[in-house]
Design a protein around this ligand. Sequence first.
Ligand SMILES: Cc1ncc(COP(=O)(O)O)c(C=O)c1O
Length: 370
Amino acid sequence: MAVPFLDLKKQFAGLKAEILAAIEAVLDSQVLVLGPQQKQLEQSLAEYCQAKAGVACASGTDALLASLMALGVKAGDEVICPAFTFFATAGTVARVGATPVFVDIDPVTFNIDPAAIAAAITPRTKGIIPVHLYGQMAEMETIMRLAGPRGLFVLEDTAQAVGATRNGKKACSWGVAGALSFYPTKNLNALGDAGMIISNDEAFTATVRTVCLHGDTGGYNHVRLGGNFRMDEIHAAALNVKLKHLTNWNESRRHHAAIYDRMLKGVEGVLTPTIAAGNESVYNLYVVRAQRRAELTAFLKSRQIGSAVHYPKGLHEQPCFAHLGYRHGQLPQTEKACQEVLALPVCPELTDAQIEEAASAVREFYEAKK
Ligand SMILES: Cc1ncc(COP(=O)(O)O)c(C=O)c1O
């Protein structure tokens, strides 16, 4: 039985009639941007994230970029972020002219290590971008305690963790803002690229809303620099349909994760994810540490089982950041994770039997190698 890494066709088949009707309604109205679908989505997602407001964007990357612009981050500023994340976390910092300061991760959760943040703070530090990697929240209490007294902003990169909680409090409701991505692989996915900024801070929300519209407060009155970062109504309409299913989808991901946890427990050569006390993960990715990863990947492929590596290289070692002067060996936990992590199929559209098939294959690989 094939186990694809993602099965978006199956998701679409189940929602096709409703999504097409929603798109048709948008097209009939010819309100294509800044319309009622965006407004509804912003309100629903803000509520879902236990926050006051949402500002819809064209991507998760734009949500981060617009937030940094609204926070006034600029050349000479430093922003602390993990090196073990998707490029956009730090790429957006560099795009506003500031310097990303890469720190290591906690090897247990793969999330940014608060002790490493503390050690990296300088007089130039302007803020921190914790990433809630793979669907599990970073250690936010400690991060907020580090940031608060020093006046540093905390921008939560929640691209992989919509709906995740820590001690009952949702991702995006801790820092000044959180950035969501609705890229097709995310737990809530658009018809292509889309994202959202979520915030509890009214002044920030008002600013970032103008940043998403070229800094225009209305009537071509551009009070600051911004961009065209807004979301199309067609995406918002599709997302409004899909949002109704998000709670069930996240539950289904957790159910799949529990199957892997059970079936891979004690298998020598593979380490299942650890969810920290107080955290509830939404498992955007189910990531194990795998010995002989390349061989395992090839074996899974031979069985038509998908897998993926997020991420093979730390951002501190990316060519475009070479001028920052990091050297190999400087962030050992990041570098070790890059060699070992492997994501197994976990999306909600898969059946229990498919997840069991993938878990059995992993077990078979390691048992045959004993
Ligand atoms: C951790 C992280 N940050 C930021 C992004 C950027 O989101 P997008 O692809 O929607 O621009 C992504 C997703 O791709 C991500 O996984």
